[in-house]
Design a protein around this ligand. Structure first.
Ligand SMILES: NC(=O)c1ccc[n+]([C@@H]2O[C@H](COP(=O)([O-])OP(=O)(O)OC[C@H]3O[C@@H](n4cnc5c(N)ncnc54)[C@H](O)[C@@H]3O)[C@@H](O)[C@H]2O)c1
Length: 246
């Protein structure tokens, strides 16, 4: 292991830990020695992910519900690392989109990371060490047809993460955003089912000539959680095979 990349003694919460990217993040953080809280509304999926990882604990949470978030934080206690990975995308042309769908995406994709951070950041500040990683999307950086409301909620994470980076830096807490490009997960397959042919068309335009894999995204997230990444904060980084270059 590269010097300074171990996470022994650290506790990490990964939201959406039962999902494709989330499970890969849980695996990488556990491999680096962290004790991982696998937090997801999919209780069985979280248990399955945690089962395979030493010291990992599954936790059910509905991130759309503030009470559920508060209960999770009370059960879990102090965190060194929070990876805000859970997210939902409801694809619809903006003019035909349903404000109830906007509301659900706002609650899960943006309000939940805000609520979780409000509850968990004070412990990091007190301990003078912490890592916040927000999983946004290249759809928010570059725009993505049919994802107007989704992109709006994911773009909100940019401002949140940068502000937190400034506020928390004196206490050794970093805050960064990772933007997956098109990544081969159930979320992308759902979009493909709704808009057949779209994903294949996108894949052809990726300079590295393939869709991303969950482990491509997880590797950067895990690195940002280590001591070696202590001097990286307030950044927005894409893992997209070069489809977007910033
Ligand atoms: N797959 C892609 O191409 C892609 C591209 C850009 C960004 N992203 C982002 O990456 C992240 C992970 O996506 P993925 O592709 O692994 O998706 P996924 O659907 O496999 O995983 C998302 C996880 O979030 C959980 N979740 C959803 N609503 C929840 C709620 N209310 N409470 C708790 N958990 C909830 C789901 O149960 C699921 O396990 C998301 O934030 C997504 O927006 C994905």
């Amino acid at each position: 292991m590269i010097d300074g990349c171990g996470l022994a003694g650290r506790t990490a919460m990964v939201t959406g830990g039962a999902g494709a990217i989330g499970a890969a993040v849980c695996a990488d953080l556990a491999a680096l020695g962290a004790r991982v809280i696998v937090a997801d509304v999919d209780e069985a999926g979280a248990a399955e992910v945690a089962d395979g990882l030493p010291g990992a604990v599954p936790e059910r949470v509905d991130l759309a519900e503030p009470a559920s978030i508060a209960e999770l934080c009370a059960r879990a206690g102090r965190m060194d690392i929070v990876v805000h990975n859970a997210g939902i995308s409801i694809v619809e042309p903006f003019t035909g989109s349903d404000p109830d769908d906007w509301d659900l995406m706002w609650r899960v994709n943006l309000r939940a990371p805000m609520l979780l951070t409000k509850l968990l950041l004070p412990g990091m500040l007190a301990g003078e060490w912490g890592r916040l990683v927000f999983v946004s999307s290249d759809g928010a950086r570059a725009g993505s047809g049919g994802e107007g409301a989704y992109a709006a909620t994911k773009a909100g994470l940019f401002g949140l993460a940068k502000t937190l980076a400034r506020e928390a830096a004196p206490a050794g807490v970093t805050s960064n955003v990772v933007c997956p490009g098109p990544t081969d997960t159930p979320m992308l397959r759902r979009i493909d089912a709704e808009r057949p042919g779209l994903v294949a068309k996108i894949a052809r335009t990726i300079p590295l000539r393939r869709l991303g894999a969950p482990r491509d995204v997880a590797g950067l997230i895990a690195y940002l959680c280590t001591e070696r990444a202590a001097y990286i904060t307030g950044q927005t980084l894409s893992v997209s095979g070069g489809i977007t270059m910033h």
